[in-house]
Design a protein around this ligand. Structure first.
Ligand code: CAA
Length: 283
């Protein structure tokens, strides 16, 4: 089956990036978020990004209009959704996802595939909650989605071969590259990346300057962004939740979140999105 229409749930950082990639690849999207103002803001962000691409000569006015016309913002999830795929990119809370799947099961055809952009929750658990484990899998994008070429594909024990092949086809249509990752907390990339970011927080807690840590990893390891700049970009709340899931899931103290990270999240310092993290973005 070739995916042509998608119901996308969530208009946060990842939802917005996923929407932009889907629209750029000519897919029709129906897009919903409980926070309607976030949804409108996210669409405006995509319009701005298209304007930049027009200015760089990579997209024509006409193409941008066609892509944008393929987006329908939904103000509720009540009416029947005639889509082949649902992508969920909502908060990393099992209870939120479970109640979303209940709603989706009432409006979607039983053949519709559901995928989750979760960065760490169990695909087998989510598959069971979705009540369609054969048509369920993880499809984990990376930030900024329009730029990053990777998608991690995580199958549950019950995911059908047909579902995997359909999603691989979608990844190809988006011009991205898939890797298969096992269904364990953090999958593959975050399992390696997030403990490294956590170690950078310990360095700062022990007295290193964020600028020095970032400069060190950029100049010493050729990272495009230092670990603290990257953390502010991803969102410190998101990283804390991934670490907590890995810590709980593996029961290994090496994944314990740095106390400085916990304090910063407690203080509402989430990084770029809240204006303050390891750096200040308020001016
Ligand atoms: N949306 C769309 N396009 C963007 C963008 C965004 N948010 N940010 C940058 N770009 C585009 C720019 O327009 C530019 O495009 P062109 O080269 O075609 O003109 C290109 O990306 C490069 O941007 P810049 O020149 O402004 O800056 P840069 O060279 O420093 O690149 C970057 C920016 C691509 C973000 C780069 O710094 C980078 O690769 N950083 C690391 C990102 C990373 O590690 N992401 C993974 C995060 S982990 C994750 O997402 C998983 C999880 O679950 C937590």
């Amino acid at each position: 089956m070739e995916i042509q229409s998608v119901l996308l749930i969530g208009a946060g950082l990842m939802g917005r990036g996923i929407a932009e990639s889907l629209l750029r690849s000519g897919l029709r999207i129906f897009w919903y978020d409980v926070r309607q103002e976030d949804l409108k803001k996210a669409l405006m962000g995509i319009e701005k990004s298209f304007q930049k691409q027009i200015a760089k000569g990579r997209l024509s006015e006409e193409e941008a209009r066609t892509c944008l016309a393929n987006a329908t913002l939904l103000d509720s999830l009540e009416s029947k959704a005639e889509v082949q795929l649902v992508i969920e990119a909502v908060s990393e809370k099992l209870s939120i996802k479970e109640s979303l799947f209940q709603t989706l099961n009432q409006i979607c055809d039983e053949k519709t595939i559901f995928v989750s952009n979760t960065s760490s929750l169990s695909i087998n658990t989510l598959g069971r909650m979705s009540k369609r484990p054969e048509q369920f899998m993880g499809m984990h994008f990376f930030n900024p989605v329009p730029v990053m070429p990777l998608v991690e594909l995580i199958r549950g024990l019950k995911t059908s071969e047909e579902t995997v092949e359909t999603i691989k086809g979608l990844v190809a249509k988006l011009g991205k590259t898939p890797i298969s990752a096992p269904d364990f907390p953090g999958f593959t990339v975050n399992r390696i990346l997030v403990p490294m970011l956590n170690e950078a927080y310990f360095c700062v807690m022990e007295g290193a300057l964020p600028e020095d840590v970032d400069q060190g990893m950029k100049l010493g390891c050729n990272f495009p962004m230092g670990p603290l700049e990257l953390s502010d970009f991803i969102g410190l709340d998101t990283i804390l939740s991934v670490l907590e899931i890995m810590h709980q899931g593996f029961g290994d103290s090496k994944y314990r979140p740095c106390p400085l990270l916990k304090n910063m999240v407690e203080a509402g310092m989430y990084g770029r999105k809240s204006g303050q993290g390891f750096y200040d973005y308020r001016s």
